[in-house]
Design a protein around this ligand. Structure first.
Ligand code: SF4
Ligand code: SF4
Length: 289
C-alpha cells in the first residue's frame, strides 16, 4: 500500500521546500512512519540542503538523440516533416541540416522515416538521479537536469520511477502550472498547494487550483507566512470550498532558519501541531476538494 503526496506552489520562493522537507521530517523522525522524499524540482533541486543525507548512488538519465550522417543525407526533408517538436533545421539549397539536441524529444520518428538510413542515434546524458541515505535508510532521491537542457519532464519521469510502492512518498514538485508540474502532480494521490497571503500568492493559487482540478486530484492548501492579513485569500478558500490544511506563521526566526538550511520543525517544536494537523487532514480528506 502506497500513498503519494505532491507538494507544489504557483511560483518559486513560496515555501514549497519548507513544507516538503518539514512533512518528511515530521513523518520520518517524529511519527516514525515509512516515508520517502523525491525532489522532482529538477531545475533547482534544493531539498538536500535541509537534510542530513549521505549520497549512496548516482545514475545518469539518458536519451537516444539522433545525429545526421551528412554523407548519406539527400536533404529530402522527410525527417523534418516527421518531427513534431521542430527540432530539425533543414536548408536544402545550402545542404544544411542540423538536429537541435535541446529541443529533440528522442521520439525516434526521424530515424524511422529516413529513406537513406542517414540518421543514427547517440546516447546523450540529460541529467542525473541521485539516491541518499538518511540515518542509514535510503529514503531520499533527487533528480537534477543538466544546465541548458529543456527536457525537464524526461528527468522528472525518471525520478518518479524511484517512488517506492509501499509507504508514503512525498514529491517536491517544480513550481508553476506547466508540463513538469503536471508530470509530477498527475502521479500523486494528493496535492498540497503551498501559497502565501499576498495578491501574487492568490493569483498563482487560482491557476494552480484550475490545474489540479483538471487532473481530478484531491488537494488542500498550506498558507506559508501566515498573519499578513490578506483576507482575499481566506475568502477564496471558503468560496471554492478548498481545505486549509495548515498555516505556518510569518516569523523572523523561520526566515533565518531557512536561510541557513534548517528544517523549521527541528528549530521550533511548536510547529509539530501544524504538521500533525496537515497530515491528518490529508489522510482524512482524500476525496477531491
Ligand atoms: S530524411 Fe534522411 S535523407 Fe532526408 S533530409 Fe532527413 S536525414 Fe536527410
Ligand atoms: S527524435 Fe523525434 S524529436 Fe528528435 S529530432 Fe527526431 S523526430 Fe524530432
Amino acid at each position: 500500500m502506497s500513498f503519494k503526496i505532491a507538494v507544489t506552489s504557483g511560483k518559486g520562493g513560496t515555501g514549497k521546500t519548507t513544507i516538503s522537507t518539514g512533512l518528511f521530517y515530521y513523518l520520518n523522525k517524529i511519527r516514525n512512519i515509512k516515508v520517502q522524499l523525491l525532489d522532482c524540482d529538477v531545475e533547482e533541486p534544493n531539498c538536500n540542503i535541509f537534510l542530513d543525507s549521505v549520497l549512496s548512488s548516482t545514475v545518469p538519465v539518458t536519451l537516444q538523440i539522433p545525429e545526421v550522417d551528412k554523407s548519406k543525407c539527400t536533404y529530402c526533408g522527410k525527417c523534418k516533416d516527421s518531427c513534431a517538436f521542430n527540432a530539425i533545421v533543414l536548408l536544402p539549397s545550402t545542404q544544411f541540416i542540423e538536429i537541435i539536441p535541446d529541443i529533440c524529444h528522442a521520439c525516434g520518428a526521424c530515424s524511422y522515416v529516413c529513406p537513406e538510413k542517414a540518421i543514427i542515434e547517440k546516447t546523450t546524458t540529460i541529467g542525473e538521479i541521485s539516491k541518499y541515505t538518511i540515518s542509514d535508510i535510503e529514503n531520499f532521491t533527487e533528480g537534477r537536469i543538466h544546465v541548458g537542457s529543456s527536457l525537464q519532464t524526461r528527468v522528472i519521469k525518471a525520478t518518479l520511477q524511484h517512488a517506492a510502492n509501499q509507504g508514503i512518498t512525498i514529491f517536491d514538485s517544480p513550481p508553476g502550472t506547466s508540463c513538469p508540474v503536471v508530470a509530477t502532480v498527475s502521479t500523486a494521490d494528493y496535492v498540497i498547494m503551498v501559497t502565501e497571503p499576498t495578491p501574487y500568492g492568490l493569483h498563482d493559487l487560482k491557476l494552480m487550483t484550475e490545474t489540479v482540478r483538471t487532473l481530478n486530484k484531491p488537494y488542500g492548501v498550506v498558507i506559508n507566512k501566515a498573519g499578513l492579513k490578506f483576507d482575499k485569500l481566506y475568502n477564496f478558500l471558503m468560496e471554492e470550498d478548498i481545505p486549509l490544511l495548515a498555516e505556518i506563521p510569518f516569523e523572523k526566526k523561520y526566515a533565518k532558519a531557512y536561510s541557513v538550511g534548517k528544517i523549521l520543525l527541528h528549530e521550533d517544536p511548536l510547529l509539530e501541531e501544524s504538521f500533525k494537523s496537515m497530515f491528518e487532514k490529508i489522510v482524512n480528506g482524500k476525496q477531491a476538494g
